[in-house]
Each structure stands twice: as C-alpha cells, then as structure tokens.
Ligand binder design. Structure first.
Ligand SMILES: [Zn+2]
Length: 468
C-alpha cells in the first residue's frame, strides 16, 4: 500500500469518528468502538477503509469471508488481527517444501509481512512499517472456483485460530496465483518441519520429555478442534508441525463439522492412521481422530512411520480391522503403551477424549501427580528417565516399501471384517470393562477453553481442564 492511501484512510476515519453522516436519527459515537482492554477495535462503520476497500480476490465468497474477519476483529488479540487479501507479486523466493494429497506447500518471503495497525492519540489508525517475514504458502489444488470444500478449509482454519486464542499456527491471509488461478493460503512458517521429518533426522536426540511435550501440544490443538464440534480427519505425523520447539497441528483440508459428513463412500487419509471402524465404512467420529493420535504415539516411540515395511493396501486394512497395531520402540514405558493402545482400541467408545489425553500428557510432561488418572509424578518421571537410556540404541534407519504411501489419498475397501482388538493386546494393555462410556458425547462436554484469559503460550493452556 502506498503512503498516499494510508493518509487517505486516516482522514476518512477521522471524519467517521466525529459523527455518523449517514444517520439522521441515530448518532453513533465511534470513540466507544475502540476498547482494546476488551479486544474491541472498531465497528463495521469505522473500520479503516483501506482494509475493506480497494481489493478483490476475484471471488465474492472469498472477499466476504475476508471482510467478515475484519469486521469481527474482536478476539483476544492485542492488535487488530484479521485476514488479508495479498497480491501474488508480494511474495518472493518461493520454494516447494511439501506436497500433500490435496495441496502443495511452499516457503516464501512475504515482502510486506503481516499488516499491523495501531491507533494514535488523535484517533487515527496508522499502519506499521512493512517488515518481510517468512511464510508458508499452501496452494489448494484445483481451487480455481473456490468450491465449498476449499472455503470450508479456510473457515475451519480461521475458526480454529480464534478458538485456540492464536496459540496455533497463524493463518495470515489469502493470495491467488495469476497463472493457474488457484487460491493459496498464507500461513505461519513452521521452520522445524513436520514431526515425521524431525523423527527421521533427529530421533536419537529427542528425549521422552520432549516427545510427551509434542504429544501434549498436539492434544491441546485436537481438544480445541473437537470443542468446535469438528474433527480433523487427517491426523498424522506429517500434519504436526514444529515451530520454536512447539508442536502444532495443521492441515484442515478434510476437517469439518462432525454433523455434516460427506456420503461419497470414499475414505480419505493416510492408511496406517485411519481408524478401523472408518476403514470398515462407519462414519468418522471424534474418536477416529483419537485412534490416529495413538498411531502417532507409536511413531514417536519407534521413530519410524507405522507399517512402513508393507504395502498400504486392502490386506493391511484387513489386518488393522483384525487387531494389528503399530510397533513400539525398545524401552517404551508400559504406561505410555497402555495409553496409546487405549487410543487405538477397536471400540471407539473405549478411547480417551482429547481433553483427557491433554490432562494425562500434561501431567506426565509437568511431572505432576494426578489422582484422577492414577499417576504418581515420581513413578512417571522414573519410567521415562529409564526409557531415555534406550533412545540412543534404537535403530531409526528403515527401508520403506515403495507402496507404503504417507500422503493423504482416497480409498474404497470392500468386505473388511468388523474391527476387533487382538487378544494379545487386550490382555496386556486394555481394560474393556467400561463398555458403556460414550466417547463422542463425553468429548463434547466441558471442553471450552477460558475465553477471557490472555494466553501467550501453549504451556498456559495445559492445566485448564484437568479437573473437569
Ligand atoms: Zn465504530
């Protein structure tokens, strides 16, 4: 934006701030619209005009969605935070860094960086000097017409951001490739990469304390998503990203409200992480995300992606329905295996809810006693300290079967058997007495995170719900 535009904004805003020209009967005093202590910055009428006007994405739905985030900028942020429309030529140094089933991801320099506005004493808004930042650009394959699926991904990502009080990977805005016309999400860049690549390059240096931290932080994200009534639907180690040694879940391409499911009879995802009931054609539930979480737990323990040594085909799907589960690394504490196997229970109702996972993992991570879950801090610490001694001895190199595929894709399976637990795992790790617990209902209750507290890191979110 040029300096001239900025000056224009300022003068228009001042006029609006004095009185409302368009209303004879109802005078709005816009001084009251600005109340940062209560996260209020402007109303629909006194938004700085340059933010709202002078741009279009070329798609009304996208424009309206971006404008909604601007009008409704009142969500616990210290400065107004909203989505931006950014022309594609404001990015340089684009490099492809990843490819998922439905998108390509690039790193890039955003020349102007995120727009930051702050209010001056005279009531006008001023834009901070642009500062280049590194971002991730997620190109949504085939999004030229911005179908409802793509719009849904944007909305989920934004709503999750609000729900998480910004303690998640940020969505900054949207751009569009003028050549292909595809829409591109502008995201915070997770410079440490995804959990799968971190494990493959550095497994022998990651202590159990760090593994628990990664899991706990992912559980917080999952809990926030579930508390929106949404499931992730594509939870795997390639979608857990690390930034500043903290883990964040990403990629809401398949996420959606749990009460609005597609009925195209196709199963989407990365096969080893898909819950057996879903493979078997049952509807996806919040509990199906928890199964995937258990598979990630096994991966953190062994350092290798589950079922890397075999084809990801119907035969594997059948074996999973018959109770086959991923292997754990040598020395893994029994309490850890037990929790992971609970997540991977063939009976979805027996899996823990995301807030219980967060509670347990939070206590393990923080070395806290927890009567509710029956863990003693000293014993937990000793078990994980002992397990740390084995980490340097765990071999992490492996040969991947060329048909073991870790990007999301669509499957159809026929004639799988009803999912069961293996008798071996049941005997060692599962306690199937509490058969009547309803997983989905219990997950949807008591999951609200406090909406008033200012949160500057995931650690603050940890102990909120332990005593629910
Ligand atoms: Zn106003």
């Amino acid at each position: 934006m040029s300096l001239n535009n900025e000056n224009q904004v300022v003068s228009e805003f001042n006029e609006l701030n004095i009185f409302d020209r368009n209303s004879n009967s109802l005078k709005i005093n816009h001084e009251n619209c600005y109340d940062p202590d209560n996260y209020k910055f402007w109303c629909k009428e006194c938004v700085p005009r340059c933010i709202i006007e002078g741009w279009t994405s070329g798609n009304d739905d996208v424009d309206n969605f971006i404008k909604d985030t601007i009008y409704n900028v009142s969500h616990n942020f210290e400065d107004p935070f909203f989505l931006e429309w950014v022309p594609f030529d404001r990015f340089e140094n684009m490099k492809q860094i990843g490819e998922g089933g439905f998108a390509k991801v690039y790193s890039a320099t955003w020349i102007d960086g995120k727009a930051v506005y702050y209010k001056q004493d005279d009531g006008s808004w001023i834009k901070k000097e642009p500062e280049p930042i590194e971002v991730a650009l997620k190109r949504l394959n085939g999004s030229q017409n911005m179908s409802s699926d793509f719009l849904n991904e944007l909305k989920t990502c934004w709503n999750f951001y609000i729900k998480s009080h910004a303690v998640c990977l940020k969505l900054y805005g949207i751009t569009r490739d003028p050549k292909t016309k595809e829409f591109i999400m502008i995201m915070q860049f997770a410079d440490e990469g995804n959990l799968r690549s971190i494990l493959s390059s550095n497994f022998n240096n990651i202590s159990w304390h760090d593994k628990i931290k990664y899991l706990c932080q992912s559980a917080i994200d999952l809990k926030n998503l579930h508390s929106m009534g949404f499931f992730h639907k594509d939870f795997h180690s390639g979608n857990i990203l690390n930034l500043d040694n903290e883990s964040y879940i990403s990629d809401f391409g398949l996420s959606g409200p749990s009460n609005e499911q597609k009925s195209d009879n196709k199963i989407y995802g990365v096969l080893p992480y898909i819950a057996p009931e879903v493979l078997n054609g049952e509807p996806y539930t919040l509990c199906s995300d928890i199964y995937s979480f258990g598979v990630v737990m096994a991966e953190l323990s062994s350092g290798k992606p589950s079922f890397h040594n075999r084809k990801h085909d119907t035969s594997l799907a059948l074996d999973i329905c018959n109770g086959l589960r991923p292997e754990f690394g040598k020395g893994t504490p029994e309490i850890y295996k037990k929790l992971a196997h609970r997540c991977m229970n063939a009976n979805p109702n027996q899996r823990p809810a995301a807030n219980e996972l967060q509670g347990i993992l939070g206590n393990w991570w923080g070395y806290k006693d927890n009567e509710k879950y029956g863990y003693k801090a000293k014993e937990v610490e000793a078990a994980f300290d002992e397990a740390d001694k084995e980490i340097p001895n765990i071999l992490t190199s492996y040969e991947k079967n060329s048909d073991a595929i870790y990007t999301s894709r669509a499957f159809t399976f026929k004639n799988l058997s009803k999912p069961i637990n293996s008798s071996f795992i049941s005997a060692l790790y599962l306690n199937d007495e509490e058969d009547n617990k309803d997983c989905q209902d219990s997950q949807l209750i008591d999951l609200e995170v406090p909406s008033t507290s200012k949160l500057d890191g995931k650690y603050n979110l940890l102990y909120d719900d332990n005593d629910n």
